[in-house]
Design a protein around this ligand. Structure first.
Ligand code: GLY
Length: 314
């Protein structure tokens, strides 16, 4: 029997003890994932998740999250949520108390309000300062077509190249947390929560709330979650692809490497990462641009263990 364990991406490193305590008490993987994600969402020093997230181009912090149960393949997700901090918990309520999988924007906020979630100001002084500094000092780099005060795109400019400046801006400007757990009853759960790409276009939603792209698990085969450029995980259906590769007999490392190879084939300089484990409790990870570390604890661990994933080069 596999001992209960929890693993996560960079942002989860200092919070896995919360989840492992829950698993040690015999509680379920969904609780461990939710509570660990909530702790990261409350960490205002993490600028890619929850409180302290860097706003979009319009100066608004908008959050995305999803949670999945590997036993039932039920899932819940919310996207483009303003003013509510614990989007992972709202996602869980979508899964458990609504007939839907994904709620977005006003509707997701209404759902949260209806369930009694507290409103929170997500924009911290640091994030506001970052945004204002960007507006004052770097806006000119975007070209004359951008004018945040009059609307972020001026309709009279025909030849703007939004892809170009976003390519320059994006690679170092995001964060996301993946948390994945395996409990005493050998059930799996996964959660992903993020404020998305810094200075994203208003309305942009990444892979984190898209089941199959940024998050997927299935008790029979395993689990996978992504960080990095969400658009690539959406285009490749990365998280589910990794789980399906494990279904065919690949190890978690092989499955993660295969999905990063697919991304290397379609994009020049991608920034994508995926971490995974299988139903035997074996773990793996891969990235398109670094030796990705991921973090692991089981119920006997004294401290968080750093494991290294592969760097899949072109
Ligand atoms: N991977 C998180 C995002 O792109 O929003």
């Amino acid at each position: 029997m596999v001992k209960p364990f929890i693993m996560g991406s960079d942002s989860a490193k200092n919070f896995l003890e919360i989840g492992i305590k829950i698993l040690s008490e015999g509680k379920n993987a969904l609780d461990a994932v939710e509570q660990t994600c909530k702790a990261v969402e409350s960490n205002q020093d993490d600028h890619g998740v929850g409180l302290g997230g860097i706003p979009n181009l319009a100066g608004e912090v908008t959050l995305d999250a999803s949670i999945m149960c590997g036993r039932t393949l039920n899932a819940g997700a919310v996207a483009h949520v303003r003013d509510y901090l614990h989007v992972i918990s709202i996602a869980r309520r979508v899964m458990e108390e609504s007939p839907h999988v994904l709620l977005v924007g006003d509707g997701a906020e209404l759902f949260a309000e209806h369930l009694g979630f507290e409103k929170t100001k997500l924009l911290t002084p640091y994030a506001e300062e970052f945004y204002n500094a960007f507006k004052e000092k770097r806006l000119h780099e975007l070209g004359p077509e951008f004018d945040l005060d009059k609307g972020y795109l001026r309709a009279d400019e025909q030849d703007y190249d939004i892809n170009k400046w976003f390519e320059r801006l994006e690679p170092h400007m995001r964060g996301t947390v993946d948390v994945m757990a395996f409990d005493i009853n050998q059930n799996i759960a996964t959660g992903v929560t993020t404020s998305g790409t810094y200075l994203k276009l208003p309305g942009r939603v990444g892979d984190s709330p898209i089941i199959g792209a940024g998050n997927y698990c299935d008790n029979r085969y395993g689990a996978a979650c992504c960080t990095g450029t969400g658009e690539l995980a959406i285009r490749n259906g990365s998280a589910r692809a990794v789980v399906v590769y494990m279904k065919t007999g690949m190890s978690p490392t092989e499955a993660c490497e295969e999905s990063m190879k697919e991304i290397q084939e379609i994009v020049e300089k991608p920034s994508m990462n995926v971490i995974a484990f299988n139903s035997l409790g074996e773990t793996g990870g891969a990235s398109t641009h670094r030796e990705i570390p991921y973090y692991y604890m089981n119920i006997d661990s004294q401290r968080v263990e750093t494991r290294k994933g592969s760097w899949v080069k072109k």
